[in-house]
Design a protein around this ligand. Structure first.
Ligand SMILES: [Zn+2]
Length: 425
């Protein structure tokens, strides 16, 4: 079976934010999408006497754990499974610190951990939950927009950390988003009264996975979070919420959680690598030709008395062509590196490309007039005669115009074939 798209997109997302590869355990990645985790499998598991909800629809990118710690404390068998909704930056910080910090702690960079805005200021705990629905609420889990460099589609990605937690370290308390007052149940498996866990024991929470919920964003407007729609939540007043923004987590190296099914084999290939190489080759070729035209046009700029516009045509073609190639490099860089979330970026680059296309067509027609009109009279020997044109200059210009017409012909044919297939299919 081919690899699930969620795994691919998640890896692209992690690559885009430079997720620390030293802490990855790719062989323990696991997808819980409807394809990878069928409907007939369990919705919950009981771990160390507590119910834990399977993260259906999410994909785990495993985090390496400290094996000696896990073995010494028998973490996989005796600690509880829980979630912590957060942002990707905070998740990364947790993993890099290898522990969740409490409010007022200092990070390794000397930054004091604060309490997230709109969260109860005196609650200095690390908050977790056994319910993926609760961890995924927008109060806790951020929704990030991400454009895949592989298929160029826009995705909404939510972030939750998957953790093990020492059973006697937790204080169980009700949800704090106002659902009880509104008579709504937040999780089908765990009652509202037991949704939130809190602890002051830093080393009692160990991260072993980053969960991503990846959804294609058709409207490119994620203000209507599916989680919100599903739970019909209105924004509540400030309340205790899961951990502070730049919390940190730990995790520890390796070992498969015994309560979990075995991970799927991963057959990951670097996203977009072939396409990138093809685009780079095209760009290099389209940079080489204008550069040659510019150089030849400049070297022989006064060596074509029969039509002085031929070297000028070459120089302008070369300059604009090189500028266009630079622009293409910039656009490709932005698309692949920054994944702009605004469609406007596409339109701007589309408009610039259209303008360039029209310019090159007009310039080709002008060049054709200058180059072809002197073809019957041009000679390359007698330099002091008005019918002279430097041979390399003229032949290069002549070949360049023919190459452009050939390219236009090929593009029209390809377009026609595609349109024909479109009609037939
Ligand atoms: Zn899947």
């Amino acid at each position: 079976m081919s690899e699930c798209a969620q795994l691919r997109i998640g890896r692209e997302f992690l690559a885009s934010i430079s997720w620390p590869s030293s802490f990855r355990r790719k062989d323990h990645d696991r997808c819980y999408c409807h394809r990878c985790y069928p409907a007939d499998l369990a919705d919950t598991l009981t771990v160390a006497g507590y119910t834990y909800v399977i993260p259906r629809g999410w994909t785990r990118f495993a985090v390496a754990v400290d094996e000696s710690f896990f073995n010494h404390h028998n973490v996989w068998d005796t600690w509880l499974n829980c979630y912590h909704g957060t942002s990707i930056d905070s998740a990364k910080s947790c993993v890099e610190h290898r522990q969740m910090l409490l409010p007022d702690d200092m990070t390794m960079h000397g930054k004091k951990i604060g309490i997230r805005e709109n969260h109860i200021p005196e609650e200095r705990f690390v908050f977790t939950t056994p319910s993926i629905s609760y961890a995924a609420l927008d109060y806790y889990a951020y929704t990030h927009s991400f454009r895949s460099p592989y298929d160029l589609k826009l995705y909404s990605i939510k972030v939750v950390l998957q953790c093990k937690q020492k059973a006697d370290s937790i204080i169980v308390q009700p949800e704090t988003v106002g659902a009880r007052a509104q008579g709504r149940r937040l999780c089908p498996h765990i009652p509202n009264e037991e949704l939130e866990w809190k602890t002051k024991h830093r080393s009692s929470v160990m991260i072993y996975g980053l969960l991503l919920e990846i959804k294609q964003n058709h409207a490119s407007d994620d203000s209507n979070s599916p989680q919100y729609q599903k739970l019909n939540i209105s924004v509540p007043p400030a309340s205790n919420v899961v951990a502070p923004e730049p919390s940190t987590s730990e995790e520890i190296t390796n070992t498969i959680p015994k309560s979990e099914p075995l991970p799927l084999p991963s057959s990951y290939r670097e996203p977009m690598s072939k396409t990138r190489i093809a685009l780079l080759v095209v760009l290099i070729i389209s940079t080489f030709l204008p550069m040659a035209a510019l150089i030849i046009g400049q070297i022989y700029k006064s060596e074509c008395p029969i039509q002085p516009w031929i070297p000028r045509w070459m120089t302008v073609f070369g300059s604009v062509g090189l500028s266009a190639s630079c622009l293409m490099f910039v656009i490709l860089f932005i698309n692949f590196k920054w994944h702009p979330e605004e469609e406007i970026g596409k339109y701007v680059s589309g408009c610039i490309l259209c303008l360039l296309l029209f310019f090159f067509l007009a310039w080709l027609i002008a060049g054709s007039v200058w180059i072809f009109s002197v073809k019957p009279k041009v000679q390359f020997v007698q330099t002091n005669v008005t019918t002279y044109c430097q041979e390399t200059l003229y032949k290069f210009a002549f070949g360049l115009t023919l190459a452009q017409y050939s390219l236009i012909g090929i593009l029209i044919c390809c377009g026609g074939i595609v349109a024909l297939f479109g009609c037939l299919c």
